[in-house]
Every structure is written in structure tokens, then in C-alpha cells.
Design a protein around this ligand. Structure first.
Ligand code: BTN
Length: 266
């Protein structure tokens, strides 16, 4: 089970890591933390689980994670922002997390990793998925009461641990490092980074988030398949706008935006 003492000691974070829970088995850390939010849990609350028996992924999928081998956790945010900002906040978290994973690999193994981001919020290593993020919200009118940022990172999985349908497009940190990953150390580095970045984003109204995110995105200008409200379509990835929405061009040259959905490169 994840050691909380180790995380508290190493993260040094004040807000993120102060109110942290480690569970053996839960349906989904996002569901759990959203319930905590309804009961008044403070910003910065973290819920980590060894195992989720109903872990959720994007677009209604389930999230695969065998017991004790991966980091599956949720962070509770209560930003001073309207729901329009939720997408941008998720992009911001993805940038911070990618940087934290790179820092960990440098500190632990002297490895210089270059992770990339795939819209809306996957972290990739050499085009294979290392991490997914699922943001869910509690709203009051247009204001955000709470955001559950759910994060799943493939950590100590061997190739044979991945189910067949994930074999081709997924990778774990252990596969990259060829060594066991200390999950507490990685989580502590992320929480410390989040503490610094979140304070800055809130202060500057999430101003530089999209530009920072785009520095790690390799999809811009490429042909992609989107799976949005109108089904699957082959389009060109034009840009990510100031709200964090995907701007794409269809064959007839017209420009559209996608607020949420799935993207594949081809
Ligand atoms: C994706 O489909 O890429 C998003 C995956 C998000 C998975 C994480 S694991 C922790 C949290 N709890 C969940 O049920 N889902 C998220």
C-alpha cells in the first residue's frame, strides 16, 4: 500500500498532500473524492488507491489497472473559476505531471525523458500512452464548486500485464527505466510541482497554460481522426484555442472546435 508518511515527508507541499488518504480498494478515486467534496473536503485533498474495482476512463470507458502496480489517484481542486476553465485546468495539470515524471526519471535514474501530450490530456512516451487524466466536476450554475482530477499512470507494469487491446499503444514507466519505480517518490515530486504551479495559475488566471501545453504537443498540423459528438471524422488538427478546445479543419476547409472527445493520429 502507498505510504502516506513517505509522501508527506518528501513532497513538502502545504496544500497538496496535507489531507491525503490511501485506500486498499475503492470503486473509483474520482467518485470517492467527489463525495468527500460534497461533505466539505478542502482543496488539495488527495485520494490514492491500490485498486479501483470500477475505475473510469474517458468517454465512458473503464480504466484498467491491476492491484498495487500503478498510481491511481484523484486531486480535489476548488479553483476560483467558471466551468469554461475546466478544460484549461486539465491541460495545466497534464503539463505539470509530464514535467514531474521527467524530473523523477532524472533524479532516480539520471534519464532524460521527453514526454509529449496528446489532446485533450494523455501523456505519451514515444507515441504510447503512459498516463490518462479524467476531470469531473461539481457545479453551481456556471461556477466550479469542485473539480476531481483523476490520474492514472502506468508504473510497474510488465508487457504481459497489459491486456491485449492495450498492448500496442501503452507503455509503463518501469518498461522505460528497466527498473522498479518508487511510486511515493514520484507522487511527492508531482505534489510539490502542483503546489507551485497551481498558485501561479490561479494568480495569473491560467494565462500561459495553453502555450505551455502546446510546447509538448506533436499533433498540431497533423491529420487526425476525431471521435466527437458527430462520430468519427478525419480532419486536420489546426490548433488549441485559449479555452483549451481543439480547433480542426474538415475536408471542405471549414474550421470547427471540439470541446471534448478522443483523437487518433493517422
Ligand atoms: C483516460 O481515459 O485516459 C482517463 C483515465 C483516468 C483514470 C484515473 S485512475 C484515478 C481516477 N479514478 C478513476 O476512476 N479514473 C481516474
Amino acid at each position: 500500500m502507498i505510504s502516506l508518511d513517505k509522501i508527506r515527508e518528501k513532497s513538502g507541499a502545504v496544500i497538496f498532500g496535507n489531507n491525503i488518504f490511501s485506500l486498499m480498494d475503492v470503486d473509483s478515486t474520482n467518485t470517492f473524492i467527489l463525495n468527500m467534496a460534497r461533505s466539505g473536503a478542502p482543496e488539495g485533498t488527495i485520494v490514492v488507491a491500490d485498486y479501483q474495482h470500477a475505475g473510469r476512463g474517458k468517454v465512458g470507458r473503464s480504466w484498467f489497472s491491476p492491484k498495487g502496480k500503478n498510481l491511481t489517484f484523484s486531486v480535489l481542486l476548488r479553483p476560483t473559476a467558471e466551468i469554461d476553465y475546466a478544460q484549461k485546468i486539465t491541460l495545466a495539470i497534464a503539463s505539470t505531471l509530464a514535467a514531474a515524471i521527467e524530473d523523477y526519471m532524472q533524479q532516480a535514474f539520471g534519464m532524460q525523458l521527453k514526454l509529449t501530450l496528446k489532446w485533450p490530456n494523455d501523456i505519451l512516451f514515444e507515441d504510447k500512452k503512459l498516463c490518462g487524466i479524467l476531470t469531473e466536476s461539481i457545479l453551481k450554475d456556471k461556477d466550479i464548486v469542485a473539480l476531481a482530477i483523476g490520474i492514472g499512470i502506468n508504473i510497474n507494469l510488465e508487457r504481459t500485464d497489459f491486456p491485449e487491446q492495450l498492448q500496442e499503444n501503452s507503455v509503463s514507466l518501469m518498461e522505460i527505466a528497466q527498473k522498479q519505480i518508487v511510486m511515493e517518490d514520484l507522487l511527492a515530486i508531482f505534489l510539490r510541482g502542483l503546489e507551485q504551479d497551481y498558485e501561479r495559475w490561479e494568480r495569473n488566471n491560467y494565462r500561459d497554460v495553453v502555450a505551455t501545453w502546446k510546447q509538448r504537443c506533436l499533433q498540431i498540423g497533423k491529420n487526425i481522426t476525431i471521435n466527437g459528438p458527430d462520430g468519427r471524422q478525419q480532419v486536420t488538427f489546426q490548433d488549441v484555442n485559449s479555452k483549451g478546445y481543439l480547433i480542426f479543419k474538415t475536408e471542405d476547409g471549414s474550421e470547427h472546435q471540439l470541446i471534448s472527445g478522443e483523437v487518433e493520429c493517422f
